[in-house]
Design a protein around this ligand. Sequence first.
Ligand SMILES: [Fe+2]
Ligand SMILES: [Fe+2]
Length: 442
Amino acid sequence: MARILLVEDEEFFRLVLSQVLENLGHSVDCATNGREAEYIFGLREFDLVISDVRMPTMDGVALLRSIKAKKSTPFILMTGFAEILETHTAAELGADGFLAKPFSQDAIKETIDACLAPPPIELLEADLDDRFHKISMSDFVSGKLIPFGIYIRLSSRRYVKIATQGEDIALDRIRAYQEKGVRYLYLEKGDFLKYIGLNLRIVKALPKFDGISKEKKLSFIRHTGEVLLEQVFKDGINREAFENAQEYVEGAVSLSLEYAGAQDLITVLNSRADQLYAHSLGVALYGVMIARHLDWNSSQTLYKVSLGGLFHDIGMKEIDPSIFQKPRISLTQEEVSLFESHPRRGYELLSQLAFIPEEVQLIAYQHHEDMIGQGYPLRLQKTKIFPLARVIAVADRYCLLALKNPQSPAGMDSKEAILELERHYKDTLDSECLAALKRALQ
Ligand SMILES: [Fe+2]
Ligand SMILES: [Fe+2]
């Protein structure tokens, strides 16, 4: 049992909440604003303060500042959904927990328990980013029961739970976040893996669903590819991630064979996805289209091309992302060599894993080699470049033009992109692969 000071200006909410806290076995003193709370806090000892943010006279953040200046009493801040992002200051001031309104009784209990029995110091110091995976907010459908707890990220040390398992997440909440510029929601690692599993089952069944529009199917493929790559880029490729990728590729390949519409694919990939992920997915899907138009029809080959496309830039994983945001021309010599180390890094990463086919490893290694022997890292001569890597090189160059990226902020349509390839890259790209891409885009 704890002695709790509850600070809330809305009477109804204050009464309900104090009842809930008492039912949980705590004793409760109430205040209606920060000033009053400050006074009561000076009169007796409290184990915990739970306070609203917006209140007349003195708000919750000012109260937090005042209390933390005197004592280390745990402090939980209750925020409206739209205010959550303004709680950075509160996090810096040392707030110990956050409750996003409206919250359930379980959420209160969980938050209070966590504050009263703080985790060991190591955990507080730990980088929470390792425990969460992001998913794109725009893929969240409202009105559905959520099978997982959902968080938003305030900093690497502070994640706030905004929906508990089994709750509905309402559209207006989502909108409020989006208006604040939030692009991602977060799931805990274990839940994230379940989420991937769920999506993969849908991906596999997608080709059989007749009632779903092509755009919806493609956008589901994009979303699932994105979450898969999030796992791979964050945790590295392990057996499970690889098996997931295999399953995904099967579904994605059969679907992309069904729909060759390049412009639709570009539109879907360009909609709100993480650029590096959208790029990898695009290279996988266009790689398969090129291979098909080279009349490579064996499912084994298509599968390797697709996996190679997904993982071709995996070597970027440990390179500072700011490097990709800068135009190539403004990179220092050192940054250029770091950037150009990604094929070798990717190869080393993939070749340590016995379950990754050798062809996929070679694709990562050679996708920046070119037909005039000027590519990197090995400056291989044309005949030495592995055929599947040539396919991916063309898909890669095409996606760099057609999909949004720092070099091509708007992205080009397929005709423009092809013209640009012919104008500037004709000599360096494999002519048969380029011709196959043109056929695929007709
Ligand atoms: Fe690359
Ligand atoms: Fe690439």
